[in-house]
Design a binder for this molecule. Structure first.
Ligand code: FAD
Length: 377
């Protein structure tokens, strides 16, 4: 019997499903893909997109084309409400999409706080397209005048953004003064050696690093620090941690503490067996996973299997993950810092290692002529 599968968000966890859409149609099912943008950017290469190591066609997937080439329908819109009782999803445009099975990979957004609405000057580091847009504006302005740029957030994303801003600004007509404001402790959840290497790398390049203080950005580019001082900035990059979109809580569907769709080990809603999800937008019942793309990527085969199984009435597979993962930071100067378990190393080879892993991931899923697209499309 023909059933409707709806994929909401074409993020990292939906890549295998998007690659194998033909398997669903050959089993007689209809697939609809909903995404606010035809492109999805791979976050792991986002800092490199900011600095110019990569250009947009190298770091994004054409979700619209993947969907259409695979025989699915593509709707450029955003899900704002789910009605599990009627198996219907309401979109921002007001349209309704019916489903038999739906899967959510709507990711996360930067928690910017009430004072710093995103603008040309206040740049949340997600969605990743923000980084490319900011890059272009900064390059234009550095041709005219010096800039002061702050990055708020001392996690891996904040460090990578500060490091890659340095690369973006080097050897330009004018200078950029870059400050990383890292909250209580820069890379506070990382081993001491990772912290030391990252801070040393930034300081060596005259990136100012402020720890032990929290920051609030105002819409005019003023950054107020909890120690009473303030910075007047031309640009403020917000890397202040992520939160899932309010889609699930707004719909009255059980969520984890962070508002992510609460799922069991089958990546299936604990309340509505026809709803699934992967990536940053889910909260795995028990111990939630870290919000890193690695887990979204690892969930691909399980989501693919389970969506097909849910449509066909077959047995589901559990997502049995070893929770450890390797993290590699792109330090913007051709070097990287690798951390896995108790091993930490840095240098040029570390960046090349990351670059190879990232390019391989792109090559596997860029099947819709993305490399031939223009950067501005
Ligand atoms: C600068 C930076 C660098 C990072 N580097 C790394 C790294 O090197 N390694 C790593 O493991 N992690 C990294 N991360 C973490 C990583 O970004 C996330 O864990 C990852 O993006 C999660 O993937 P996702 O597919 O769940 O979500 P997302 O990448 O956020 O994708 C969600 C998709 O859903 C779409 N969408 C959103 N809302 C809706 C809606 N309502 N309806 C329809 N579609 C919707 C969005 O447009 C988007 O395409 C980095 C994060 C940042 C900010």
């Amino acid at each position: 019997m023909t059933k409707n599968l709806v994929l909401v968000g074409g993020g990292h966890a939906h890549m295998t499903v998007l690659l194998r859409l033909g398997d669903f149609s050959s089993n007689g099912h209809r697939v609809t893909v909903i995404s606010p943008s035809p492109h999805h950017f791979y976050s792991g290469m986002g800092p490199g997109l900011l600095s110019g190591i990569y250009d947009p066609p190298q770091v994004r997937f054409n979700i619209r084309k993947m969907a259409v080439d695979g025989g699915a329908s593509f709707i450029e819109d955003e899900a704002v409400r789910i009605d599990p009782a009627h198996r219907s999803i309401t979109l921002r445009s007001g349209a309704e999409v019916a489903y038999d099975v739906a899967s959510f990979n709507t990711g996360s957004r930067i928690a910017v706080g009430p004072d710093a609405a995103p603008s040309d000057r206040v740049v949340p580091v997600k969605p990743i397209i923000n980084l490319y847009r900011a890059r272009k504006r900064i390059l234009e302005e550095l041709a005219q005048r010096d800039l002061r740029i702050a990055v708020i957030g001392g996690g891996a994303a904040g460090v990578e953004i500060a490091a890659n801003l340095w690369r973006l600004a080097r050897r330009k007509a004018h200078r950029a003064e870059i400050t990383l404001v890292g909250g209580e402790r820069i890379l506070g959840t990382f081993p001491e050696r990772v912290r030391a290497l990252a801070i040393e790398s930034l300081l060596k390049r005259d990136v100012e690093v402020i720890g032990g203080t929290r920051a609030r950005a105002g819409a005019d580019g003023t950054v107020a620090l909890s120690n009473g001082s303030s910075l007047r900035c031309d640009y403020v990059f917000m890397a202040t941690g992520v939160e899932p979109t309010p889609l699930f809580s707004d719909s009255g569907i059980p969520t984890g503490e962070d508002g992510g769709l609460l799922v069991n080990s089958f990546l299936q809603s604990t309340a509505h067996p026809e709803l699934f999800g992967g990536g940053d937008c889910i909260a795995l019942s028990g111990t939630p996973l870290a919000k890193v793309g690695v887990f979204a990527v690892r969930q691909n085969p399980v989501l693919f299997h389970n969506l097909m199984a849910a449509l066909e009435g077959d047995a589901l597979h559990p997502f049995e993950d070893v929770r450890e993962y390797m993290l590699i930071m792109n330090m913007g100067d051709g070097t990287g810092i690798v951390w896995k378990r108790d091993r930490v190393w840095d240098g040029r080879l570390a960046f090349l290692f990351k670059d190879v892993i990232d390019r391989r991931f792109m090559m596997k899923f860029q099947v819709s002529g993305e490399r031939k697209e223009s950067a501005e499309s």
